[in-house]
Design a protein around this ligand. Structure first.
Ligand SMILES: [Zn+2]
Length: 120
């Protein structure tokens, strides 16, 4: 039988989730600030513009990732609030494991399921 996380472990994950959430929110704020700079910037030569739009595209990519991560964090946080957070894989119910959760506190799946989904 897979073991669900105890209260102390859930608390640890909860703190990690809140911390990541704060980091992501500040990253997202920085990104939107720099986009305001971009539109205010005086781009009078093509080289500047290419560099600026490359940064911009890169930011969009990071932003998309961060927004997705934030959604997963909120998902995990709402499970903790409802008391339904177990630290078990949402697909196969096996333990995700504290080691993995410390790196990715918002993980919904164990490594096996994750790599199965990634392959699809
Ligand atoms: Zn699994």
């Amino acid at each position: 039988m897979p073991r669900e996380l105890n209260q102390k472990q859930v608390e640890e994950i909860h703190n990690l989730l809140l911390e990541s959430k704060k980091n992501i929110e500040s990253t997202l704020n920085t990104i939107s600030d720099s986009h305001n700079d971009l539109s205010n910037m005086d781009l009078n030569d093509d080289g500047d513009f290419a560099a600026a739009s490359r940064d911009y595209n890169n930011d969009i990519h990071i932003k998309k990732q961060q927004v997705e991560e934030l959604a997963l964090i909120d998902h995990a946080l709402s499970k903790i609030e409802k008391g339904t957070y177990t630290g078990l894989c949402e697909m196969c119910d096996s333990e995700i494991g504290m080691k993995r959760l410390r790196v990715k506190p918002y993980a919904k799946y164990c490594i096996d399921c994750r790599s199965y989904i990634d392959k699809k």
